[in-house]
Design a protein around this ligand. Structure first.
Ligand code: AMP
Length: 186
């Protein structure tokens, strides 16, 4: 099964992606995880991405599209996948459409996680205390939400046109959200 998880930061899509990928036996690709790992290792990609990430801004499209191209070309995604945190802009979504066309791949479903802003702040501030993520302080959280609204939300409409988009309630316990996910992917 080929899935894209879409939703604001803190909507729980990362947690659910890990769980569902394991259940379905498909690859889980989080561009945020790939970038954080590159920053930790101090690679060229990490150096170029770091300043954007710590400000809550998006990393330039060409860097991100390069990561995805590598994964698609390597065949790592050929037995099913969940893309978590990608695409996040219209150019990224259009590049993905093109890559899929070239590799005769397609998306089964785009799953949109719906969570209120209040709940997102509560969750991200909690995560900041536990994980100490540099991009989880109040000011940066507000910027990440703004970036989501401006740059990522327009791809909801893109996917309403070119794929099957379903919306699930991202509030509630991780168990109830997982049940909703199982229902829509069954
Ligand atoms: P995430 O863990 O998905 O919230 O990603 C953390 C940060 O990594 C984001 O705030 C962006 O700075 C960067 N990032 C992750 N995925 C993307 C993407 N698809 N496009 C641009 N920047 C990204």
């Amino acid at each position: 099964m080929n899935l894209v998880f879409l939703g604001p930061p803190g909507s729980g899509k990362g947690t659910q992606a890990v769980r569902l990928a394991e259940k379905l036996g498909v690859a889980h690709l989080s561009t945020g995880d790939v970038l954080r790992d590159a920053v930790k290792k101090g690679t060229e990609l990490g150096k170029r991405a770091e300043k954007h990430m710590s400000a809550g801004e998006l990393v330039p499209d060409d860097l991100i599209i390069g990561i995805i191209e590598e994964k698609v070309n390597s065949g790592e995604l050929s037995h099913g996948f969940i893309l978590d945190g990608f695409p996040r802009t219209i150019p990224q979504a259009e590049s993905l459409d093109k890559m899929f066309e070239e590799h005769s791949m397609s998306l089964d479903l785009v799953i949109l996680f719906d969570v209120s802003d209040d709940e997102i702040f509560r969750r991200l501030e909690g995560r900041a205390k536990i994980e100490g993520r540099a991009d989880d302080n109040r000011e940066v959280i507000a910027n990440r939400l703004e970036v989501y609204r401006k740059q990522t939300q327009p791809i909801e409409d893109h996917y309403r046109k070119v794929a099957k988009l379903v919306e699930i309630k991202g509030e509630g316990t991780p168990e109830t959200v997982f049940e909703s996910l199982m229902a829509v992917t069954a």
